[in-house]
Design a protein around this ligand. Sequence first.
Ligand SMILES: *[C@@H]1O[C@H](CO)[C@@H](O)[C@H](O)[C@H]1NC(C)=O
Ligand SMILES: *[C@@H]1O[C@H](CO)[C@@H](O)[C@H](O)[C@H]1NC(C)=O
Ligand SMILES: *[C@@H]1O[C@H](CO)[C@@H](O)[C@H](O)[C@H]1NC(C)=O
Ligand SMILES: *[C@@H]1O[C@H](CO)[C@@H](O)[C@H](O)[C@H]1NC(C)=O
Ligand SMILES: *[C@@H]1O[C@H](CO)[C@@H](O)[C@H](O)[C@H]1NC(C)=O
Length: 556
Amino acid sequence: MSQLLLLLASAVLADSALTTKYNCPDRCHCHPSSLKQQRLVVNCSNLDFEEIPRDLDPATLSLDLSNNHIQIIEKGSFDNLPYLSTLLLNNNRIRTIDAHAFRNLNNIRKLDLRGNRLTTLGPDTLSRIQGAVDCSHLDPCSINLQDNPLSVVESYALSWCKRLSLIFGNSTTELVVKAYAFYGTEDIKKIAITGVPSLYLEHRIFTNTDQVKLLEISHTELKTIEKFTFEGLTNVNEIRFSHVKFEKIHEFGFSGIFYTPSEISQLTSYSGANQRAGGVFNISQSIIPVLPSDGFRDTNLKSVILANNQIDLIKGYAFRGLHSLYCLELTDNWVGTIKPYAFGSLKNVPRVRLSENRLSHLVERAFGNSKGISKLSLHAKRNTNLSLGSYSFSGLRDIQTLDIKGAPGSRFVVQKDAFHDLGGVNTLQIAHVSLPTLAKHTFRGLNKVQILKLEYCNISHIDGLAFGGTPGAVAVIELNEGNSLPCDCETSKLLRDFQSRFSRFTVTCVTDHSAIKVLKEDSSDWPTCDKGTSIHVLPTYWLSLVLLAYLTCLYT
Ligand SMILES: *[C@@H]1O[C@H](CO)[C@@H](O)[C@H](O)[C@H]1NC(C)=O
Ligand SMILES: *[C@@H]1O[C@H](CO)[C@@H](O)[C@H](O)[C@H]1NC(C)=O
Ligand SMILES: *[C@@H]1O[C@H](CO)[C@@H](O)[C@H](O)[C@H]1NC(C)=O
Ligand SMILES: *[C@@H]1O[C@H](CO)[C@@H](O)[C@H](O)[C@H]1NC(C)=O
Ligand SMILES: *[C@@H]1O[C@H](CO)[C@@H](O)[C@H](O)[C@H]1NC(C)=O
């Protein structure tokens, strides 16, 4: 008890000592910090100051110099302020920051430089600034440089910074970040560059950086990404681009990054190489002219997510060398062209989702050389065209289920032999796609299909050779609701053909009175041939079909 009293007494004494003894710069408001009684909160905002006051008290914890007319930050301006954790310099006229101006700031929570006139960050202007030891995600510490007409961040401008988020942008000036700008930085929660008209990152800007948790680039036009631009980034959790117009991405553009292995990947043992998998690479709402081959080569990425982008071209082997990949997701993108082998090197990726993309053309061997894709869904979006080229699915050796679905206003164009080489597929379901005629060889090459389901396809005519020449290629066929085969002699012939071909089948037909009849291999009420029948003239070409693209593929 007496100890407690003593403590209290000394606290009060220290406080009163501080209140009586501290230096408060002329015209500023000062008061002891409520959290740390022996520290001082100094407020000099809005006082037309043209320079930093000289007589700052060493106990200063927080210094507000915002909304003044300060133009220069000289070397060592804050040298004798060991406790300084909040430094607000926003809305001044700062044009020049001397090298080492902020040296000895080792305890920063907030350094606000927004709204100044900085055009260049020279070498060492912001180097060696350290965040407080307890900076965290919940209470992040930052240097904010937004709202400056910044055009160049020189090499070593932010070298050796620690435990801080570095925030740039919201300016109307094109920005160039030079090589080594972030050299030696460590434990950086976030580097964010958002809202500049254009951004050029010299390659090797991140040489020797460790633990940049999040790199976020958004609302900008990103100039050419050279090979190994991001090389040196080590222990990254996420790289995120959104609303970015990419100019050109070179091969190996996103290579040279090591992502922090995630705990989940350490728990799930899906394969030896994946034990080190980590990180998310996320591009959304962006324009990508070309996704090059080998862009991510030799990174330990766990997830690659591309959503809501316009991607004009995906080159062959775009995802090669992602040896630890767990999840590849392409959702709701507008995709112009996918080159052969685009997804070609994917091996044993447990989750591949290609959904709701507007794909105009799925080329020959887009999946060539892939392994382990067991389910693929191609779902069309409204009002887009999807064409399946010959051999579109070739290379999907392990596919079990292929699911193709249309949508209103979509066009679906199936080229000859589109399904050829789709050897292993067990279930092929096609729905909501207009297929009025199943022409000769439509399904040629489906050698092992167990179940073929055709629903809501408006099928009204089927060529005898639609399923190829080999009986037994398909075991079960279901032509269910939404087709309009007439209950006539033609259909009866078809059923006889089906009988020799499939072990089981279900066909619905429409009677003269518009009633729906369900016919199976053992039904007793097949249509008879008592009426005269007309022989349909078959088109020898494939009819174009309407469909929009939505493509989901799942590896199990
Ligand atoms: C400093 O004082 C101004 C009013 O004079 C106030 O708006 C501002 O919030 C104060 N700064 C801090 C850090 O409390
Ligand atoms: C961006 O800058 C404009 C004008 O300089 C300002 O009004 C706006 O608040 C800034 N936005 C952000 C997010 O900082
Ligand atoms: C990807 O980034 C976008 C935009 O920044 C965000 O909305 C989305 O949640 C991110 N996706 C994942 C899986 O992190
Ligand atoms: C789809 O194809 C049709 C016919 O080829 C064409 O008229 C239409 O403009 C195409 N639609 C789109 C969205 O490309
Ligand atoms: C099938 O035909 C019906 C009626 O003729 C029509 O309403 C429907 O849109 C057609 N479906 C497709 C997928 O073309």
